[in-house]
Design a protein around this ligand. Sequence first.
Ligand code: N01
Length: 566
Amino acid sequence: MTFDAVVVGAGFAGMYMLHCLRQMGLSARVYETGDGVGGTWYWNRYPGARCDVESMQYSYSFSQELDQEWTWSEKYAPQPEILSYANHVADRFDLRKDIRFNTKVTSAVFDESAGEWQVETSQGDQVRAQFCIMAVGCLSAANRPPFDGIDDFNGPVYHTGEWPHEGVDLTGKRVAVIGTGSSAIQSIPIIAKQASSLTVFQRTANYTVPAWNAKLDDEYVASIKADYPGLRAKARARPTGFYFPFNTNSALAATPEEREAQYEESWQRGGLPFLGAYGDLLFDKEANDTIAEFARRKIRETVNDPVTAELLSPDNVFGCKRLCVDTGYYAVYNEPHVTLVDVSKTPVERLTENGVVVDGKTYEADVVVCATGFAAMTGSFDRMHIVGRDGLTLKEKWAAGPGTYLGLSTAGFPNLFMVTGPGSPSVLANMVQSIEQHVDWMADCIAHIRKVGAQTIEPTPESEKEWVEHVNEVAAISLRSTCSSWYVGANIPGKPRVFMPYIGGFPIYVNRCNDVLTNHFEGFVTDVKDESNEIPEVRFTDRWRVPLDLEVISPAAIAAKKVPVV
Ligand code: N01
């Protein structure tokens, strides 16, 4: 069978891609490993899973009708509600008929003579398509560390990102949680309520800010809905792709008393916007030290046992690893049945039939929860056999780190697009906005290729090299690139250390994508040249053309005043 496009994945990216392809009158087939839509929100069903960008903004913005008809119940919606939303979108736009569920794409090979992709699946499908769109998510390939003795353990071992759909009753169980990232920090307070004992194994302490989650009141929802397009436009003009008031002043220019008041106010507002307390927090170590110390003091004020409080206090840069957002995380360590075990110097040795061994001591458990994260950004690509020109596999090409042009595509792999690929703002911005912007760009690009009668489009190696250098250059000025995080692949042994997302700010990035498009896909090469002087049609990407105010939109510009603005 031949389609115009094959889409891999039916999460938020794959669903919207399908919707756009349909609107363009193209034929498409989507393959999805799970038996339902929703991607991240289909897989991550661990207790306490919820978004940490406010729900009114963590949602599609392409349909004003959808915005009006859907109503979120809480400031940060829980996973079941986000999954219901994904299902609602699938039904409302009649997406399911083109999605094959329970089907993994195993290989995608570019046929140079036909200029098409040949795609094979775990169910034996063999299909061809001009375009192959990878909508595989940034945090989808679960990292399950191969602990010695894991098969000897008498109970179940779960991963937060592959949580059983029927749920898990942990009532009265002795539970061991390995890891203290976002998934652990969201789930631990809930697990502690059910478990008879909870032992948390911490390799690196993490900063977390209270969510202050609450039911959304009707008046607030109505006020947003009265001007939803206005909020969406403001969000698009922000470095993170979601709107919140932020202060561009320098933390160091403030007096200690002013800083204290500012941090306290931001803490009381809670969540990721806490990092917006000042403009230089991620660019000046001295400025960062002030917010880090404020956060450590909050830990000491909350946790009764000084030894545990010290262990929970990170000593790295605040916000360097992905900031977590919690409800009752630190306070849980005041519960007598909750124990924190430091595995930073003496790692988890092994599992035995009775529990987890660290430094020769067994911590007994009935259930082990691995909240050990993902092979971020590239893990899902690694799981497929992707072959471009001259038989080069993507794995080989990315052996020293992922190289892309704009995080949209990679040289030597024509017509292969990646939604929120490495080298784009992706995980550093509101994921739903990042997804929509990429899909819209791809839609306009595909429409153009077909209009001019070309078969292939791909970036030149030079434009890719220039982009990768720019991604690295911008990353280097941010303190975010200085610690061992999944942003740099440090959580996966042997993975090359490269700062993968683009940190220059969402609007600056979007502006560059817009310019590339209107400059006749500058940096790309097609097999048939567009000889007309006509500017390529801007249909889907029109809504991403927002006015730029560099002082406000680019954290890099604020901090350094020296970053070349692309
Ligand atoms: O994964 P993580 P996650 N022995 O990689 C530890 C998004 N998200 O699933 O830091 C012992 O952050 C590891 O230790 P270390 C969000 O972007 C969003 O929690 O590598 N420990 C770390 O503590 C987030 O950042 C939400 O030293 C081991 C933990 O496991 C991203 O997903 C909710 C270990 C893994 O933390 C990933 O979050 C959840 C080992 N062998 C997630 N291996 C929202 O709220 C790993 N660790 C929207």
